[in-house]
Ligand binder design. Structure first.
Ligand code: FAD
Length: 317
């Protein structure tokens, strides 16, 4: 059988982390390939406006990632439109074996930057109003809701923390939770209970997100104990009911946390030699464009070091 080319690096995912890694790796003259199952850009492609990426004020998400892709390609990054289905670890021998829907590749190192997607409520009107009053990111979109009344869905740490953050902008924040008590850490709960701008609606789920002119103006709510349906007039709804990491193709022996996010050290190494991860897919607190790009830059330095010094080291086989 013909021996396959051994690449220095395969990058799985073409969001901000992948594109940054691609730029750094190509600029370092690594033999690198990026595999992206859709168009490059990741979650930023569905972000109407990005206000918090330094040096690019008033830029749309698609424009920002177009610039990132262009910059990476200028250094020679090759991007293939393929979905990765499986990685078979093979450090120190023929390399890690990456299988996609149409092809297979071998590389000394693999960088997993496949991101995660916010878990949706799954109610009527949710996807139609994305970017029109429905948001999954307070840091990203909070400033668009100055002096507006909004709702936050969820009862964990991130829902309550984000609700507190949103009080900087909104005139009123109503937390809607399906249970009769919060799961969030006690100290965060106390802050929320004392906050003059925060109200709670308990034992309740959102059944529908409605509007007259395609900008959210009403939520249809259902009390899960009484089945009573009520309406809540708001101009925005922020959903924090968890994230779903894209790790179906990652070997089971790679360490993950309970929610399925990949554990790395500060150099973006996983527990498997030659398999690295960065961006939204890893266990961390702040999932943002700038942190994804920062992780990716760190990962490339770490990968260069591993490929140069450790790839053929017996102890890693
Ligand atoms: C609606 C929304 C608005 C946001 N707004 C902002 C903002 O204003 N500012 C900010 O800083 N952050 C914002 N964020 C967060 C930001 O988008 C993420 O932190 C960032 O995109 C993470 O980058 P990433 O490259 O790690 O992952 P992603 O952007 O999720 O990219 C992962 C990529 O991997 C690909 N992929 C997944 N599985 C496979 C596979 N099996 N094979 C091949 N490819 C695969 C996906 O198609 C995707 O392109 C927002 C997020 C959302 C959801």
């Amino acid at each position: 059988m013909e021996k396959k080319e051994l690449l220095d690096l395969i990058i799985i995912g073409g969001g901000p982390a992948g594109l940054t890694a691609g730029m750094y790796a190509s600029r370092s003259k690594m033999n690198v390939l990026m595999l992206e199952k859709m168009m490059p850009g990741g979650n930023v492609s569905i972000t109407a406006e990005v206000e918090n990426y330094p040096g690019t004020p008033n830029i749309t998400g698609p424009d920002l990632v177009d610039l990132m892709e262009k910059q990476a390609r200028e250094f020679g990054l090759e991007i293939k439109s393929e979905e990765v289905l499986n990685i078979e670890p093979g450090a120190g021998t023929e390399g890690h074996h990456v299988k996609t829907d149409t092809n297979e590749y071998y590389a000394k190192s693999v960088l997993v930057v496949s991101g995660s997607s916010p878990r949706k409520i799954g109610c009527v009107g949710e996807s139609e109003h994305l970017g029109r009053g429905v948001s999954y990111c307070a840091t990203c979109d909070g400033a668009f809701f100055r002096e507006k009344e909004i709702a936050v869905v969820g009862g964990g740490d991130s829902a309550v923390e984000e609700a507190l953050y949103l009080t900087k902008f909104a005139s009123k924040v109503t937390i809607i939770h399906r249970r009769d008590k919060l799961r969030a850490t006690k100290v965060i709960q106390d802050k929320a209970f004392k906050h003059p701008k925060i109200d709670f609606i308990w034992d309740t789920v959102v059944e529908g997100i409605e509007s007259e002119k395609m900008i959210v103006d009403n939520l249809k709510l259902k009390n899960v104990k009484t089945n009573e349906i009520t309406n809540l007039k708001v101009q925005g709804i922020f959903v924090f009911v968890g994230y779903i990491p894209a790790t179906s193709f990652v070997p089971g022996i790679v360490d993950k946390d309970q929610a399925g996010f990949i554990k790395t050290d500060m150099e973006m190494r996983t527990n498997l030699p030659g398999i690295f991860a960065a961006g939204d897919i890893i266990v961390k607190k702040q999932r943002q464009i700038i942190t994804a790009c920062g992780d990716a830059a760190t990962a490339i330095k770490s990968i260069e070091f591993y490929n140069e010094w450790f790839y053929e080291d017996e102890q890693y086989i």
